[in-house]
Design a protein around this ligand. Structure first.
Ligand SMILES: [Fe+2]
Ligand SMILES: [Zn+2]
Length: 424
């Protein structure tokens, strides 16, 4: 009964369990139950400076945990609300003068029981403690998802093709699709019905669509009086979509309903272009470091004004290469030749270098080693990482045939969350 009480006091699904499998490294262990204790505890002590408790496991490993951290994260029902997976203890009531009066091993060597100086008692399971180890390695597992370790791809990369209906019906196929999207950044689904509404069905499996001022699903078709170049037949330089949003949609899906085939003997125009911006940025970092740094450090203005799903007037300043302040790693490409504003928020003496950098980046995107060129077939759905891949298309002649795509966006939050749900 004692160990049952102990389990009920802890989160039903521990975060370590939620993340298990999302990492390529198998260091993160499987969910342990009270009947399969992985790290029995030998003893627990308090350090001489009275700042940490020290847990020694039976396998010889020792881990330290700060007192303040344990007080803040007490897992008892008084301090932690299991259903919402949230602490009920407030930072305002945290007492930093409180000390650990005693620490002991309990529940058949599966937990540590602390008694605090004010008499409060809290128990921490070996699993809870192990999963929250302060070791660098453990912390990296929590941080690292597929999108943080991309596999860079060149123009000859064989994009994975999956059956659209199978992805809708089989969670294993959906998971395969989403994992490729995270890691590789692009995937193609085949055999969707050649009619609008297919993306909505896909969205229902992933989570939900990211609505923008172009609506939920948008139609890419050559139309008169278009408010976006995408809705014309002109060529589009490779770009990321919606660079004028503070947080542009992470993922884009394009469903080809009707493809442009031109004249019978010349299948020219309406070709899709796709390039892994990360590999191009990497090339620049290696070969043109000054230009790479310029694109990391120079915000430019993107804007969009008009009326579609709603009236809109968006302005956002972003560097072309967005990097993580903590790691310096590239996290996002924000680039669109057509949406680059003529209001340039930089020192005029830096314009020359900026233009050299943007030109270098764009030209490299079109290098045969990097630019994928293909023509989507009717019924195919192209899904790609809009924070990483740039896309474009070649011009086509609308008097010689139609071209009709339906598109939508997703946020990375929903996609990555769906991966974790499907894996667990
Ligand atoms: Fe686009
Ligand atoms: Zn408590």
């Amino acid at each position: 009964m004692k160990s049952l009480r102990c389990i009920l006091a802890y989160p039903k699904i521990l975060p370590s369990r939620l993340f298990h499998g999302f990492y390529k490294n198998n260091h993160v262990r499987c969910f342990a139950t009270s009947s399969s204790v992985q790290f029995p505890i030998q003893r627990v002590g308090i350090d001489a400076n009275e700042e940490f408790i020290q847990v020694k496991y039976q396998n010889g490993e020792t881990e330290s945990f700060p007192w303040h951290f344990l007080q803040d994260n007490c897992t008892c029902p008084e301090c932690f609300h299991t259903a919402s997976q949230s602490r009920t203890k407030r930072m305002t009531t945290l007492d930093l003068s409180k000390s650990v009066k005693s620490a002991s091993v309990t529940d058949n060597e599966t937990a540590v029981k602390l008694t605090w100086s004010d008499g409060h008692e809290g128990t921490f399971s070996e699993e809870w403690l192990k999963a929250r180890s302060f070791s660098k390695a453990n912390q990296n597992f929590r941080r690292t998802g597929f999108r943080d370790e991309p596999e860079l791809v060149r123009s000859n990369y064989p994009i994975r093709r999956l059956d659209f209906q199978e992805v809708l019906q089989d969670d294993a196929k959906l998971l395969c699709c989403l994992k490729d999207l995270c890691k590789i950044g692009v995937v193609i689904l085949e055999n969707a019905r050649k009619e609008v509404g297919q993306l909505k069905e896909l969205a229902n499996k992933i989570g939900f669509i990211r609505t923008t001022h172009y609506g939920n699903e948008f139609t890419v078709q050559s139309i008169p009086d278009a408010v976006n170049l995408a809705y014309t037949s002109t060529a589009l330089t490779v770009h990321t979509d919606l660079p004028y949003y503070v947080s542009p949609p992470g993922v884009q899906a394009l469903h080809c309903i009707k493809q442009f085939y031109g004249e019978a003997d010349k299948n020219l125009g309406g070709e899709s272009h796709l390039v892994d911006g990360f590999i191009v940025a990497h090339h620049m970092k290696e070969n043109y470091p000054e230009l790479y740094e310029t694109l990391c450090n120079t915000p430019v203005e993107f804007y969009d004004i008009g009326e579609d799903y709603t009236k809109f007037y968006k302005i956002h300043h972003s560097p072309t290469f967005v990097t993580s302040p903590s790691t310096g790693n590239l996290t996002r490409i924000v680039y669109s030749n057509q949406q680059l504003s003529s209001y340039l928020p930089i020192d005029l003496h830096k314009a020359k270098l900026l233009y050299r950098a943007m030109k270098c980046f764009t030209d490299l995107c079109y290098h045969e080693n990097y630019l994928m060129r293909f023509k989507l077939c009717e019924g195919e759905v192209l899904i790609f990482d809009n924070w990483r891949f740039l896309h474009g298309r070649s011009e086509f002649d609308p008097s010689k045939g139609e071209r009709h795509l339906e598109g939508c966006y997703f946020d990375w939050d929903e996609v990555i969350s769906r991966v974790r749900v499907l894996e667990n």
